[in-house]
Ligand binder design. Sequence first.
Ligand SMILES: *[C@@H]1O[C@H](CO)[C@@H](O)[C@H](O)[C@H]1NC(C)=O
Length: 316
Amino acid sequence: MSRRRLLVGVLGLGTTATGATILWAWPTYNSCPSKHEPITAEQCSLIRHVPDGHPVNPARNPGARVFPRFLENTEPLLKELQPIKKEYGINLIEPVHAAIYRWQMSYLPRPPPVNMLRVTGRPEHAQQRRPWGYGDTLNESALPPEIKAAADRIRALPGLRLGRLRDVTINWRHSSFLRLDPHLDPATDGENIFVLSVDAPAVLTLSPHNWYRLSRWLSMLTLEDERERVRREAERSWTSYDIDVLVPPGALLHLSGDARWKWTHGTRLGVPAAPGAGEEGERGRALLHWFGRPDALFGPTPERHSVVFAFAAPEE
Ligand SMILES: *[C@@H]1O[C@H](CO)[C@@H](O)[C@H](O)[C@H]1NC(C)=O
């Protein structure tokens, strides 16, 4: 083979490989079957494209619905969570990961303390006590009354078709450390994920899973500094296809279909409230968060409780 034909061959292969990779990573919006009624424009009212903050219409929504006034009064639930946190809550961030987080955040003038507390029925940790079980053996009679009432309200939402409740997880964060890296929930949780904000708002960001993985590989290949990557993701989000969902207190987010299986969800680290540094006390430490556009800031968020419910698809 001549060198010229070899070159053309290699270039052709390269182009094909690039094309195939892009095809593999391309965001999908309705590749997963859904048993629910179509998404309405109203359910998209708290959903925005990143980074321009444009509204998301149902055709470009991979399967996220927001019910803004799911709970009018969140006080009783917040109160109920306190003793449960004390009795069952554990921190699932290993010391080695906390150290990595601290190093990645060291570009911030005053990084927040790494923290998380979780109560779940999922088998996630050897030391964990699991008050209501998980999956096929989750025991709804063992749920505290306000949580049980919320699960029943979810089942009564119009337009959704749900099977059995498979998981209930309580999360608590403080000191405006809301960082949650993009992830897919465990497949065994089931088809339907519901995130209920109790006492504070949060933005959950959806990113196309494969596109996000591609951007992580590129970051590794280009030897991007981890601190620079974390800063870029906090300030500009994970991918250029990201979708932000604002979940105010008492609001409920539902993820199913592509949004459940093909898009990760996470919460950006946030940006410093006082970029000049030097500010003393909690305020100097506080991080603000943004919704849709990097300049649409809110916060700081001193603490946040959320409850995540997972439901199976209905039996055939
Ligand atoms: C479910 O929980 C209730 C209340 O805690 C308890 O009485 C019952 O024995 C549990 N059922 C099973 C099958 O574990």
